[in-house]
Ligand binder design. Structure first.
Ligand code: XMP
Length: 516
């Protein structure tokens, strides 16, 4: 196994992700925990030093134990990790000056023809490689035994190596997306260290189960089940780890899609044998939302009720000490980098952020290290049906935000039916997996139509379908005219109460994905 020593970089998890993609097992440990004894016990086959926010020129800045250099295994130092390695082994690092600091895209060029070492880069004849830099300090003198393999304008030692000892140190971040060939660098590094690339998600699952058992012991755990992929996978994993110590709470706020509550509850309760409390609170939510048409007010009401209800049911589970959440790594990064930031609130997002403290519960977040596609792979591994794992995201406030204006039971009923026809169309045409999210919004207008020989005066609806990578930006999906025509016909014929269909062709920005 490979050891990543974390010096506090925002993107350390991306190193782990790159290695998982190469089917190499690795663990991240904060530098404080990595002692001589730890290293001897862990016995890594290779070590990576992450980047970090500190400056090695400062006394008391983070270091690995010196014994790491005597293990006889390959080491890769990244950014701060490079500077640590250079200084530890007898080189010099200079504190940041504005003309040598580099942030963002940069290009490294080979310093001689021995260019394919480690990276295998520069082979396309372009003579330079795009990388992503983020450093103030830089190495000013390399350590004895090292040679320079590439430079950049701000980093004379962009790639350095001591091939005899198999120590490699780079100033840039090969783990990020903006170093397009970063994966090749990791691949060459792990191959050289002798990894076969035979580690899988199955092994990750075993590891995760072990960790959950260690954390939870024989305490009880509550998990909020939303029917979404993240909480479903978290629940399935926890169940496998601790069985009946887990109780799930599924809050039915009356704003779910057609048959959704039954599908979720049946699957988890009957097929997977989880203990699920089906909180039937439709009356409460719909009652409080009566007459409310302002989007933010709707969101706030739902958010508050959700917490109240969750707490009410959780209180019934005696002796619960943990709250499980399906937090993913992108959520972790976002909350670190953006909390308290200067950005404005576009929409109050539904979340249960303050809940654990309020209830005196500790958090279990077994998916914290994973990205969405990895969560899907883990769900597959845990035996969740493919149709469940591939589901489109669904917002916490549910259909409330797809029903602009006042929410009525009648409108919700119509919306559910129209949405079901639309999704059925998309599935039938084999488009579901190409689309990030698709849904119907019922509009607060009635329009005149003619059906048979009669006049109709019914609701208009808007179909929405977008492509996106992360929900932050999105574009409308380019359905064929045939598809749109056929779908509109089906909805108007099959759903009483709708006599007009429009297709929303707004991208995000300037629009948002949901209508409210
Ligand atoms: P917008 O409408 O802001 O949505 O472009 C971006 C993504 O977030 C989902 N969304 C939510 N998810 N709680 C959630 O869990 C919410 O309050 C919420 N509001 C929007 C939306 O469905 C889309 O995938």
């Amino acid at each position: 196994r490979l050891l990543i020593i974390d010096f506090g970089s925002q993107v350390t998890q991306l190193i782990a992700r790159r290695l998982r993609e190469l089917n190499v097992y690795c663990e991240i440990h904060p530098y404080q925990n990595v002692t001589d004894a730890f290293l001897a016990e862990f016995a890594p086959k290779a070590v990576i030093f992450s980047g970090g926010p500190d400056s090695v020129t400062r006394d008391g800045s983070p270091r690995p134990p010196k014994s790491v250099y005597d293990l006889g295994v390959p080491i890769l130092g990244i950014c701060y990790g490079q500077q640590v390695m250079m200084q530890d082994l007898g080189g010099k690092v200079e504190a940041g000056q504005s003309h040598t600091a580099e942030f963002g895209r940069a290009y490294v060029t080979p310093s001689d023809e021995r260019v394919d070492l480690l990276t295998g880069w520069f082979m396309d004849g372009s003579g330079r490689e795009q990388v992503w830099m983020s450093h103030g300090d830089h190495v000013s003198e390399i350590a004895p035994g090292f040679e320079v393999y590439a430079t950049s304008p701000g980093a004379p030692f962009a790639i350095t190596a001591d091939t005899a000892r198999r120590f490699f140190a780079v100033q840039f971040h090969p783990e990020v997306h903006h170093t397009p060939n970063g994966a090749t660098l990791f691949e060459n590094f792990v191959r050289m260290a002798g990894f076969e690339g035979d580690w899988t998600m199955g092994a990750y699952r075993e590891e995760a189960i072990k960790k959950i058992r260690e954390q939870v012991g024989d305490a009880k755990v509550i998990c909020g089940l939303s029917g979404g992929v993240d909480s479903s996978v978290a629940a399935a994993l926890l169940h496998e780890a601790i069985g009946d110590q887990l109780t799930c709470v599924f809050v039915d706020h009356g704003l779910l899609r057609l048959n959704e509550a039954e599908e979720v509850v049946t699957m988890f309760r009957d097929h997977m044998n989880l203990q699920v409390i089906h909180a039937q609170e439709q009356e409460l939510f719909l009652g409080e939302l009566e007459g409310v048409s302002d989007p933010e007010t709707k969101r706030k009401i739902i958010g508050k009720l959700f917490i109240d209800v969750f707490q009410k049911y959780a209180d019934q589970i005696e002796g619960a000490q943990f709250l499980a959440q399906g937090t993913l790594y992108p959520d972790v990064i976002e909350s670190v980098s953006f909390s308290g930031g200067p950005s404005v609130t576009i929409k109050s997002h539904h979340n249960v952020g303050g809940l654990p403290e309020k209830m005196g519960l500790k958090l279990v977040e077994p998916l914290r290290e994973l990205f969405k596609d990895e969560v899907r792979a883990l769900g597959h591994e845990l035996g969740l049906p493919a149709s469940f794992i591939g589901r489109h995201p669904f917002p916490g406030p549910g259909l409330a935000i797809r029903c602009p204006g006042e929410i009525t039971r009648e409108k919700l009923e119509i919306l559910r039916k129209a949405d079901a026809v639309y999704i059925d169309q998309i599935r039938k045409h084999g488009l579901y997996d190409d689309i990030w999210q698709a849904f119907v919004a019922i509009l607060p207008v009635r329009t005149v139509g003619v059906m048979g020989d009669g006049r109709t005066y019914d609701y208009a609806c808007a179909l929405r379908a977008v492509t996106s990578v992360d929900g932050m930006t999105a574009d409308y999906y380019p359905f064929s005219h045939e598809f749109l025509g056929e779908t509109a016909t089906r909805i108007i014929n099959e759903v009483k109460g709708i006599n007009r269909c429009t297709y929303d062709i707004t991208s995000k920005p300037p629009g948002t994905i949901e209508w409210e």
